[in-house]
Design a protein around this ligand. Sequence first.
Ligand code: GTP
Ligand code: MG
Length: 204
Amino acid sequence: MLIKTAEFLRSVPKHQDCPPADKHEFAFVGRSNVGKSSLINYLTGFAKLAKTSGTPGKTQTINHFLINGTWYLVDLPGYGYARVSQEMRKKWTGMLQDYLEERTNLINTFILVDSRLDPQKIDIEFINWMGLQNLPFSVVFTKTDKLSKSKIAANVAKFKTELLKYWDELPPIFLTSAETGIGKDEILPFIEQNMAHFLPEINQ
Ligand code: GTP
Ligand code: MG
């Protein structure tokens, strides 16, 4: 799929204020600083579309981008950011969960996981929560440029083993790097296929 246009539409704190749910939507979620905004930028080819930062907690609202005038990519705030108050964390998590549960045109959520780390409890809990809600998702390992291929493979294998403690089947898994651009050739066709197979449940 060729991305010709990517337009920032809206940044909102509540799912009720998002653009009309009338187009296919794909969201990016994951721990703060995992690379959600960077992934959106390299997937679309527009380097400054989503705001990125070395400081965790940069994205604090739900951000809609209209792609090719026909579908939405959504940048979400990170979960599990330790340096904000517990009250703020609860607020963000509530906002995220409401959005994920209520957004009827959401086709797939990409859950981003840092490929450098051992399986993190918070990621596994989030994935299991998605499963309990019956929400479709895939897992995207980020920052694969930072470690050797063998170390990445070992970390991915550990993550799969952890998931298989809870799941009979593994979700689709992608390896990415915003530095080298790997993963784009797998994720964009995956989005395209999903758009062909699922109609958004239009509700507004
Ligand atoms: P929040 O909005 O704070 O939740 O963070 P985020 O998940 O959107 O992360 P963001 O894209 O802002 O990236 C965080 C930091 O990681 C930035 O300094 C990026 O440059 C860096 N980064 C993101 N992806 C990659 C990658 O694939 N490789 C490398 N080396 N650095 C990356
Ligand atoms: Mg961000």
